[in-house]
Unconditional design. Structure first.
Length: 74
């Protein structure tokens, strides 16, 4: 099984669209075909970018996205 660290741009892109390569990568992670690894610094960066006003993610979506990452990774 491949082990991956997801770049913030890939993570955000997968949240903006269910189509495309970023979404496909996240699907592989959720289906346990890839192992996701992250650090607290990476999670902090995800949180910071999710909060950008121009992305228009509400607080619930932001919290859900981070919870999904924690649930799917190590």
């Amino acid at each position: 099984m491949d082990k991956v660290v997801i770049d913030t741009n890939v993570f955000i892109s997968s949240r903006l669209s269910l189509l495309g390569n970023p979404a496909m990568v996240m699907k592989l992670i959720v289906e346990k075909d890839m192992e996701l690894y992250y650090s607290l610094a990476i999670l902090d960066e995800y949180k910071k970018v999710l909060a950008y006003e121009r992305l228009k993610f509400n607080t619930e979506h932001q919290m859900s996205a981070i919870a999904d990452m924690k649930k799917s990774g190590y």
